[in-house]
Design a protein around this ligand. Structure first.
Ligand SMILES: Cc1cc2nc3c(=O)[nH]c(=O)nc-3n(C[C@H](O)[C@H](O)[C@H](O)COP(=O)(O)OP(=O)(O)OC[C@H]3O[C@@H](n4cnc5c(N)ncnc54)[C@H](O)[C@@H]3O)c2cc1C
Length: 495
């Protein structure tokens, strides 16, 4: 079987790539492979209060039509200069154009364009953070609630399914050069199928974090080691984060001063409805099974007897753990030893002061002044995941940040008052992607292979992934074999 283009991964990068190609070349024969399930079949047991089972080896949070845009969750669309490394990659003018197209496509299925926040913050917000030596990065952010994101995913599906061939449960498992194109192997429910394609797009995101890097190494792509950051997620009553979360839904604060390791907030989930802690089950991508954390903002949850929870991640760059791979492996080895590779928690006071919490998770869960967003946790020494320098950076970074948040919200509490009211859940682990050398069409030099979205290791985020997908899609659509007089699909008799 021959296809003009095979795209592996139906996340925002792969979807945007497919759309860019089919808009410019409606006759192109595009096959979209998705290792996961159709979008309506992606329930997450953890969201429903059950234990993470790994969903038969295909984590529904990060796999399936929509990719890490999980049907049922909300999402934030953060625009440039968030992901500014893409401006370095594409040049600022081209990056701005791509960002505008990506935002337009991502919000087109909505009846109303979402409000843009995150800029022109109040003087009170800026001052509260400045008084602790912190400055807030302002950039445009739109919040999509759960219903909005469902509509977006449905919109992409409606638009693309007549234009491209979509195979669910179909995982790219191998590729090698064949003639001017690529021969690819795809594992499907019916066994492994082999195809030939002129262009292969790797849009494999989190699920492909190790397998895609392995494939690119095999293909001889030049790869750069990633920067690894490790950290935790802090969960607390939503009211504590609402004031700043409403002004800047994707609050990003980087701390460099007075800390051993650069520290930054990550995936802030603190609007009026708070947010949910999410589990990402990497299965065996890193050897023995391991689950890491993320978060997403919600807009539609209904509080029960206790207030809803909100959360944010805090990450610090690793130091003194050797190469990126050694750092990742050593961190995961400690995690497996402490908690069998499953998320665990500690009160803030115990985390900051390196001590055990008295009692188990069931008891702690009942004592908290908010309804924790997940049940599948155990208590343990989260603090022991980190080296001394990492722990100091996370602890000092949190205290400074939280003091600013409290000052801005005019809450009478101090950070010390929160020792039993905030839980620290671990671990958060970021920037795992090795970075292949790619050009401005996201193509690996010398091969008809393109790497886009998270898999490219340049910048994370939904808009950022879509930007890269569009860039690759346009490059493919304008390539000599697709553009010009030889446009008709193979087998049509016109080629
Ligand atoms: C819980 C969570 C919340 C997030 N919240 C936000 C947010 O609010 N705002 C934001 O900007 N970013 C957010 N992110 C990050 C954002 O979702 C990602 O940066 C973005 O989705 C990356 O897009 P992608 O297309 O590169 O990869 P993904 O979205 O990860 O999609 C990759 C797809 O490829 C499939 N795949 C993998 N390997 C193969 C293969 N070999 N063959 C076939 N298919 C394959 C996967 O199953 C998956 O569906 C969040 C991430 C998570 C996990």
């Amino acid at each position: 079987m021959h296809k003009h283009v095979v795209i592996a991964g139906a996340g925002p990068a792969g979807l945007a790539c497919a759309r860019a190609i089919t808009m410019e070349q409606p006759g192109a024969d595009v096959l979209l492979l998705e290792a996961g399930r159709p979008y309506r079949h992606r329930p997450c047991p953890v969201d429903k209060g059950f234990a993470c089972t790994g969903c038969a080896g295909v984590c529904n949070v990060v796999s399936g039509f929509g990719g890490s845009m999980h049907y049922g969750d909300g999402a934030k669309l953060s625009l440039l200069p968030s992901g500014r490394r893409l401006s370095d990659h594409f040049g600022s003018e081209r990056a701005s154009d791509l960002c505008a197209i990506a935002f337009d496509w991502l919000t087109a299925p909505l009846d109303l364009r979402p409000d843009i926040l995150g800029q022109g913050l109040s003087a009170g917000a800026r001052e509260a953070f400045a008084s602790n030596g912190l400055s807030i990065r302002e950039y445009p952010v739109a919040v999509l609630g759960e219903s909005d994101l469902r509509r977006v995913i449905e919109g992409w599906h409606t638009q693309l399914t007549p234009a491209v061939e979509l195979w669910h449960w179909s995982e790219l498992v191998g590729a090698e050069p064949e003639g001017a194109g690529m021969s690819v192997a795809v594992r499907t429910a019916d066994g492994v199928r082999h195809l030939h394609t002129d262009h292969l797009v790797l849009a494999t995101g989190r699920r492909g974090v190790t397998s895609t890097a392995r494939l690119l190494h095999q293909l001889g792509a030049e790869m750069t080691e990633p920067d690894i950051s490790v950290g935790v997620r802090f969960e607390m009553a939503a009211g504590l984060l609402t004031a700043i979360g409403d002004e800047h839904p994707d609050l990003k604060i980087t701390q460099l001063e007075h800390l051993e390791n650069k520290t930054k907030t990550f995936c802030f989930c603190g609007g009026g409805n708070g947010g949910r802690v999410k589990f990402t089950n990497y299965g065996s991508a890193f050897g023995d099974p391991v689950i890491t954390l993320d978060g997403h903002e919600t807009t539609e949850r209904v509080a029960g007897e206790r207030p809803l929870a909100a959360n944010f991640g805090l990450l610090c760059q690793v130091q003194g753990r050797g190469t990126a791979r050694q750092a990742r492996d050593s961190f995961l080895a400690i995690y497996r030893k402490l908690a069998r590779g499953r998320p665990f928690t500690q009160t803030l006071g115990a985390f900051l002061h390196h001590r055990d919490d008295a009692g188990d998770w069931a008891g702690l869960r009942e004592r908290l002044p908010f309804q924790p967003s997940v049940r599948d946790l155990a208590t343990g020494r989260v603090d022991e995941l980190f080296t001394g320098g990492e722990h100091t950076s996370l602890a000092t970074g949190f205290e400074r940040l939280m003091a600013s948040i409290l000052a801005h919200s005019s809450t009478p509490s101090t950070v010390a008052d929160l020792h039993d009211q905030v839980i620290v859940i671990g671990p958060e682990l970021e920037f795992l992607w090795e970075r292949p050398q790619i050009d401005t069409g996201c193509r690996v030099p010398g091969l008809p292979v393109y790497t886009v979205g998270d898999a490219a290791g340049i910048a994370q985020g939904i808009v950022q992934a879509a930007m890269m997908g569009i860039a690759a899609g346009q490059a493919i659509a304008r390539s000599r074999d697709l553009a010009g007089p030889m446009t008709a699909p193979r087998g049509s008799g016109l080629r």
